[in-house]
Design a protein around this ligand. Structure first.
Ligand code: IPM
Ligand code: MG
Length: 366
């Protein structure tokens, strides 16, 4: 049966990097019997400009119906200063929430060819392969009350609420333990139980689930600030890092830089598998932003989006072999010294977005 893939290019460099992923999909259709139909819709600022909202109900329905969604990036200076529900980011948050994509997988892998592009010394990052499992539909991103209020004394007060329930913690922790069991069998759970009740609950519930169902996986608890420090001190100590929504946002950006460039990191956001149909809502996206400063110039690095497509092939389309080959093609392109500006080093060939996509395709086809 023909599968469906919805592409949401979004803003800034989003359309440029997703175009390269589409090239790969079309190649797989032609040469590898990948029976998939691609459709596209608007998200973020592009959607605001065309429809007044960052994600239309129609686009959301398409996302729900699709077997998988691949997006580029959202946001830009043009839409700054609008109320939160009229900002590009609100479209992405709605997509995550309404598809119930509670588990955000963010691998941070240092390709051997990029070890010298990292801001850390080669010995600290060479061979790095860690995975963030970030909770994505709860915590302070969605907690209420929230807002900015005017106090009688003329002051203003900003409020956000960090809130988690046991079931929200258990379902994402389960994903982390299951993935760790297939890797190096270790989960580090990061929170701030020393100052936050929600952090204490997080720690206790992760431990409870571990003792009940995952005693064979090594579990360590780490304060999130210490985790930030350990990530630059000795990143290779980690296998799977389990975090809430906000800490995961911050720590995964930090880990991204260990790999050489934010332009390299893919992500997958997954919902629960439907017991009856086996269908699992999923959204794949590079973790970098819309990079308005380089948008439209054809210089953005498409690797993170192409690697997101690899995750999509593996998790949503059962095409692990194609995913492996695509990842190997990216690694080979880098090893051959073909680089976009963000990862370019002396002696390498500097290429633009589309040439980088072509170089990867060429190696995929080889
Ligand atoms: C991310 C981004 C988003 C987030 C923004 C664009 C809403 O930073 O995916 O890491 O904060 O989750
Ligand atoms: Mg972020």
């Amino acid at each position: 049966m023909t599968k469906s893939l919805l592409i949401l290019p979004g803003d800034g460099i989003g359309p440029e990097v997703t175009a390269e992923a589409i090239k790969v999909v079309n190649w797989l259709r032609e040469h590898r019997g990948f029976d998939v139909e691609i459709s596209q819709d608007l998200l973020g600022g592009a959607s605001i400009d065309a429809t007044g909202v960052p994600l239309t109900d129609a686009a959301l329905d398409k996302a729900k119906a699709a077997d998988a969604v691949l997006m580029g990036a959202v946001g830009g200076p043009k839409w700054v200063g609008q109320p939160y529900d009229k900002r590009p980011e609100a479209g992405l948050l709605r997509l995550r929430k309404d598809l119930d994509l509670f588990a955000n997988l963010r691998p941070a892998i240092c390709f051997p060819a990029l070890a010298d592009s990292s801001s850390l010394k080669r010995e600290f990052v060479e061979g790095l392969d860690l995975l963030f499992v970030r909770e994505l539909t709860g915590g302070v991103y969605f907690g209420t009350p929230r807002g900015i209020e005017n106090l009688p004394n003329g002051e203003r007060r900003g409020i956000n609420t960090q809130v988690y329930t046991t079931s929200e913690i258990h379902r994402v922790a389960r994903v982390a333990f299951d993935l760790a069991a297939k890797r190096r069998n270790k989960v580090t759970s990061a929170e701030k139980h020393n100052v936050m009740e929600s952090g204490l609950l997080w720690k206790e519930e992760v431990q409870k689930l571990h003792d009940a169902d995952y005693a064979s996986v090594e579990l360590e608890h780490m304060l999130a600030d210490n985790c930030a420090m350990q990530l630059v001190k000795n990143p290779k100590q980690f296998d799977v890092i389990l975090t809430d929504n906000l800490f995961g946002d911050i720590l995964s950006d930090q880990a991204a830089m260990l790999t050489g460039s934010l332009g390299m990191l893919p992500s997958a956001s997954l919902g629960a598998k439907d017991a009856a149909t086996g269908k699992q809502a999923s959204l794949y996206e590079p973790i970098h932003g819309s990079a308005p400063d380089i948008a439209g110039k054809g210089v953005a690095n498409p690797c993170a989006t192409i690697l997101s497509l690899a995750m999509c092939l593996r998790f949503s389309f059962g095409r692990g072999e194609d995913a492996d080959k695509l990842e190997a093609a990216v690694a080979q392109t880098l090893a051959d010294g073909i680089r976009t500006a963000d990862i370019w080093l002396d002696g390498c060939t500097r290429v633009g977005t589309s040439e980088m996509g072509d170089a990867i395709l060429e190696r995929l086809a080889a």
